[in-house]
Design a protein around this ligand. Structure first.
Ligand SMILES: NC(=O)c1ccc[n+]([C@@H]2O[C@H](COP(=O)([O-])OP(=O)(O)OC[C@H]3O[C@@H](n4cnc5c(N)ncnc54)[C@H](O)[C@@H]3O)[C@@H](O)[C@H]2O)c1
Length: 127
């Protein structure tokens, strides 16, 4: 897949696997929006990435993926900032057996609902 010049959104992009996705996408020429509920980690990551890539190629947006309004607001900010969206990495997740309800909400429900939301955008765009 050609990613040069495309716009990507990575949930949970502030650290871990999400952050590695962000780095790889930037390395291949994409512009990337990092979404994460952890504002401190998100801002730190953006600052580090800005030393390696042009600052305007990344944007950090604080967002909790379990909150549909925040997620839609973040999507709108990405469109406002970059003008389009081509790639979504639905990565945000936790591994917390003690709080299984929140774990299912983050790892399953949010993934599916954001996926459905993005599909609508991509289908509208292609008509
Ligand atoms: N690391 C592994 O070996 C491994 C293996 C298999 C699956 N996974 C899964 O892959 C995903 C990422 O793993 P990781 O190791 O990078 O984890 P990580 O904890 O290092 O990073 C996850 C990121 O997601 C963010 N996040 C969590 N909940 C969020 C929410 N509600 N809204 C927005 N952001 C949120 C966190 O703030 C964090 O920045 C997780 O779902 C994890 O369970 C990880």
């Amino acid at each position: 897949m050609h990613v040069n010049g495309k716009v990507a959104l990575v949930t949970g992009g502030a650290q871990g696997i999400g952050r590695a996705f962000v780095q790889a996408l930037l390395g291949k020429g994409a512009k990337v929006a990092l979404l994460d509920r952890n504002s401190e980690a998100g801002q730190k990551s953006k600052a580090v990435l800005d030393e390696q890539f042009e600052a305007q190629r990344t944007v950090f947006i604080q967002c909790d993926v379990t909150d549909q309004e925040q997620l839609k607001g973040a999507f709108e900010k990405v469109i406002e900032h970059f003008g389009r969206l081509d790639i979504v990495v639905n990565n945000a997740g936790v591994n917390n057996e003690k709080d299984w309800e929140s774990t299912i909400q983050i790892n399953l429900v949010s993934i599916i609902s954001f996926h459905m939301f993005i599909l609508q955008y991509l289908m509208l765009r292609s008509t």
